[in-house]
Design a binder for this molecule. Structure first.
Ligand SMILES: [Fe+2]
Length: 420
């Protein structure tokens, strides 16, 4: 008896240790296997198995088996009556020979008989069936005593809790995955809506078709070159796509005027940054600076911009990025009263206006991104896709870009580029 008690104390100690492992997916199977072996070993039971109950399939799926051979069913169907009886019974071991009323015992009786299954223990945790343990006869051939059954009941509770915890983990993982999908769907919907808005803005202006989309792309290039993380680059692109949303309320004739517009028309057009800000402000954007980009994208570092005539440090950084992207697109596309400028002139213009209209660090970033593309340091041809493959002539532009970069930051070894 003393030896038996020591063995049992050891068994429960081992079970307690195993309990710690139960949360881990890869350890779960191992934990159930070891638990079964401990149950069988501590009472010298010849064979047995542990099954997990699937509420959806109404079936018991064997997790581990020992000594049950290949013919024992891996999956056992339960009906409503089985489940009801198990729940009424609780965790106590049921003797198979006294359980012929259970429909599933009648169905699988032959399998139970051939493997001498004597006990079936429903694993009921918090009034829920999570599995069943099947136990064969004792090695001594003696019947199970009340004491044996108490031990089995305690161990069964431990295994049941392990399965219930695993079920809970699986449910949490499933919900987390579902949430991830919902979030992705929401993000895609948001991006599609932004693009639809950009298309609507551009529709109004027949001369600058695709302007918002291009500004979005240039903004994305600059933010990426600045080393921003993906979420912020995406946010910056959205700010670019939506920067002119205020034009939706400006008279179409003013936007599409083939000649220079009058002072009063210009006053109306000049309201579009403030109107855009008011449109975008109530929307909860993943990137909070989107409304600021709309409001201040016509401000200049020297204070000569609008609507508020802000100076350098007063201008939100995102608005400085969009301003450069916006101006670059204006210079590189045909307008009703002038054709697009040559690429060399545009780069010289950015260089000349750096510190006046444009933030110097952004001119540097933009030129560096262009240089990387023209020297094939970066494989993706983002500028060429927007501007057409012949617009940027590498042999003319590359030395120019290198000069701009060196002049902009000649003292920094990080930005110096050999002019060749
Ligand atoms: Fe604008």
């Amino acid at each position: 008896m003393l030896e038996n008690q020591q063995k049992l104390i050891h068994t429960f100690g081992a079970l307690a240790d195993l309990g710690q492992e139960v949360a881990h997916k890869q350890n779960f199977q191992e934990m159930i296997r070891t638990s079964l072996h401990l149950v069988l070993g501590s009472l010298a039971i010849m064979r047995g198995g542990v099954a997990r109950y699937s509420r959806f399939g109404h079936e018991l799926n064997m997790l581990v088996m020992r000594g049950l051979g290949d013919n024992f069913p891996l999956s056992l169907s339960l009906c409503y009556e089985d489940e009801r009886q198990f729940l009424a019974n609780g965790l106590a071991p049921i003797e198979v020979k006294h359980a012929q009323v259970l429909p599933f015992v009648q169905i699988y009786d032959r399998s139970f008989e051939s493997k001498k299954i004597e006990l079936v223990i429903p694993l009921i945790i918090r009034d829920e069936l999570v599995g069943v343990i099947f136990l064969g006869e004792k090695a001594t051939g003696e019947p199970f005593t009340g004491y044996d059954k108490d031990i089995i009941c305690a161990m069964a509770r431990h295994i049941g809790v392990g399965i219930a915890q695993r079920n809970l983990m699986a449910e949490l993982e499933r919900r987390a995955e579902e949430n991830r999908h919902l979030y992705e769907d929401l993000r895609t919907t948001y991006k599609d809506t932004v693009k639809a808005f950009a298309a609507a803005i551009d529709c109004k202006d027949k001369y600058t078709e695709g302007h918002s989309e291009r500004v979005g792309k240039y903004t994305e290039i600059i933010a990426g070159e600045l080393g921003w993380d993906n979420d912020h680059v995406e946010g910056a692109a959205i700010a670019g796509y939506l920067h002119d949303v205020g034009k939706l309320v400006v008279d179409r004739n003013i936007i599409n005027s083939p000649t220079r517009i009058t002072a009063s028309e210009n006053a109306q057009l000049s309201k579009h940054p403030t109107v855009g800000y008011e449109i975008l402000l109530p929307i909860h954007h993943p990137y909070a600076d989107v409304p600021l980009a709309a409001k201040y994208h016509h401000e200049r570092l020297d204070g000569r911009g609008y609507p508020d005539g802000l100076h350098d440090r007063e201008i939100p950084f995102i608005a400085k990025i969009v301003n450069l992207a916006d101006s670059f697109d204006a210079m590189t596309t045909d307008r009703p009263y002038k054709r697009r400028r040559k690429s060399e002139e545009v780069i010289e213009d950015m260089h000349r206006n750096s510190g006046k209209q444009f933030a110097p660090e952004l001119v540097t970033a933009f030129c560096r991104a262009m240089l990387k593309e023209l020297t094939n340091e970066r494989k993706e041809k983002r500028f060429r896709k927007i501007l057409g493959k012949d617009y940027l002539e590498a042999d003319k532009i590359v030395p120019l870009l290198k000069n701009v970069l060196n002049a902009r930051n000649a003292t920094s070894p990080l930005t110096f580029v050999a002019a060749e």
